[in-house]
Design a protein around this ligand. Structure first.
Ligand code: SAM
Ligand code: SF4
Length: 443
């Protein structure tokens, strides 16, 4: 047994948050403990994101600070894992000599033996970036799940086969690999037994779940999860619009635990750009699917991702994007300036858009959406909505906070309440709509 303390610094998406949990579950049974203070850590592990250049810059600026710290603490071990690790391997150590080892997205599952080698210096290897045909399953019974969150992530499918032309994910996370339904169900059941009430299923394209391995379909998996006792809510992210289908629309109608929210990233409203992005659907295909969805589930909350300034994006292409946003009327969206990634095919596309024009377009897009967001929030005024209570509001301890099924944040007061409503489903009467949240009073 070791009593080594590890600080894990996590950057990037929910999948990285989940991978950090995997690291903890791998190392905790071996006696490692975790800290959030760099001062007291024996090992600092950085779980990195390579999706945009900005995410990468953050990691290297953090490594710069760690290099200074290491000057006075020669025994401090620094490791880099995740997507940048997979992508850049040895280059990271060349650029930041304070880094002792690098572990890619698949080799992560071998972290216990890697740490052992690194600490005992049993060989000279310091870069571990092999891809594997199959990834290990952690036995949820043996590995205690450390955090008992109301809301937890569970990855159901890793990797991606879609090769959107701007994206590093297929290169850094490898091809699609689904976990078995048994492993997923068992993990959710254990999380629920420890207090989780809402689960978010993760995958780059959840609709591909089980296809390669000939397992259950994604909707069949949802039906099985829907039967788990004491689990209140199921969410998922992300569904690729090309594979979004009527089966999933029906699941929203028939599975009572499936939240009324879909994140359906469109990226652009221009056919020309969608083609260059290799998204494999047209503006029309996308809008027809949204229309079908709204017909069957009129109250569903819809969110999306957009990239502005993709190479060759003209003013007309950008206006097509704005008009799509006005047509769909999203509840909210994430928008990013296109970022050149050297492994992604679009790196070689000509007609790069100026940084200042990208910024301008981003601002304009966000301002068009801010009207939508407010209007979509205002529709709840005067209604009673069900909220999964996450706890007392951090900003105002006199208020409670939680989320609706549509993923809207609700801050509410509960006068004369004399019971603990933490982790409960509570009806809240909505009195006010704000830019990013709703306000109300317990019903
Ligand atoms: N698999 C998801 C999908 O297909 O929508 C997206 C995963 S990616 C981690 C999250 C978002 O990052 C994408 O939807 C896209 O908007 C954005 N993104 C990916 N690559 C990017 C790039 N090179 N530049 C800017 N944004 C990018
Ligand atoms: Fe990247 Fe496209 Fe795969 Fe999403 S579907 S992870 S954007 S390649």
């Amino acid at each position: 047994m070791t009593h080594t303390k590890i600080l894990i610094q996590t950057y990037g998406c929910q999948m990285n948050v989940y991978d950090t949990e995997i690291i903890k579950r791998l190392l905790y049974p071996l006696g490692y403990t975790f800290t959030s203070a760099a001062k007291s850590a024996d090992i600092i592990l950085i779980n990195t994101c390579a999706i945009r250049e900005k995410a990468e810059q953050k990691v290297f600026s953090y490594l710069g600070r760690l290099a200074l710290m290491k000057q006075n603490r020669a025994n401090l071990i620094i490791g880099v894992c995740g997507c940048i690790a997979q992508n850049d391997g040895k280059k990271i150590i060349n650029r930041s000599p304070c880094v002792d080892f690098v572990v890619g997205t698949h080799a992560l599952f071998h972290l216990p033996s890697i740490l052992d080698q690194v600490r005992k210096k049993t060989n000279n290897q310091n870069v571990f970036t092999d891809f594997y045909e199959k990834l290990d399953e952690l036995d949820p019974k043996q590995e205690p799940i450390l955090e008992s969150n109301i809301s937890s992530f569970v990855t159901i499918i890793r990797g991606c086969n879609n090769y959107c032309s701007y994206c590093v994910v297929p290169f850094v996370r490898g091809p699609e690999m689904s976990r078995s339904p048994e492993a997923i169900l068992e993990e959710i059941e254990i999380k629920v037994s420890k207090g989780t009430r809402e689960i978010t299923l993760l995958g780059q394209n959840v609709n591909s779940y089980g296809k390669r391995e000939n397992l259950l379909s994604f909707v069949q998996l949802l039906k099985r999860i829907n039967k788990i006792d004491n689990l209140y809510r199921i969410r998922f992210t992300t569904s690729h619009p090309k594979d979004f289908n009527d089966d999933l629309i029906h699941a929203f109608v028939h599975l009572e635990k499936l939240c009324f929210h879909i994140h359906l990233p469109v990226q652009s409203g221009s056919n020309n750009i969608l083609k260059q992005m290799n998204r494999k659907y047209s503006r029309d295909d996308y809008l027809k699917k949204i229309e079908r969805l709204k017909q069957e589930c009129p109250d569903i909350c819809i969110t999306s991702d957009f990239i502005v300034g993709f190479p060759g994006e003209t003013q007309k292409d950008f206006e097509d994007t704005l008009s799509l946003i006005r047509t769909v009327k999203y509840d909210s969206l994430f928008a990013f300036q296109y970022s050149d990634r050297y492994v992604a095919p679009s790196y070689h596309y000509k007609q790069k858009v100026d940084e200042s024009l990208k910024r301008e377009r981003l601002m304009e897009l966000l301002s068009v959406q801010s009207d939508n967001t407010l209007r979509r929030n205002e529709r709840f005024i005067g209604q009673t909505v069900q909220v999964l209570v996450e706890g007392k509001s951090k900003r105002n301890p006199g208020q409670w906070t939680g989320r609706t099924s549509g993923n809207k944040i609700v801050n509410f007061i509960a006068p004369n309440l004399n019971k603990d409503i933490h982790a409960s489903l509570i009806d809240v009467f909505i009195e006010e709509a704000c830019a990013h949240s709703l306000r109300g009073v317990i019903a």
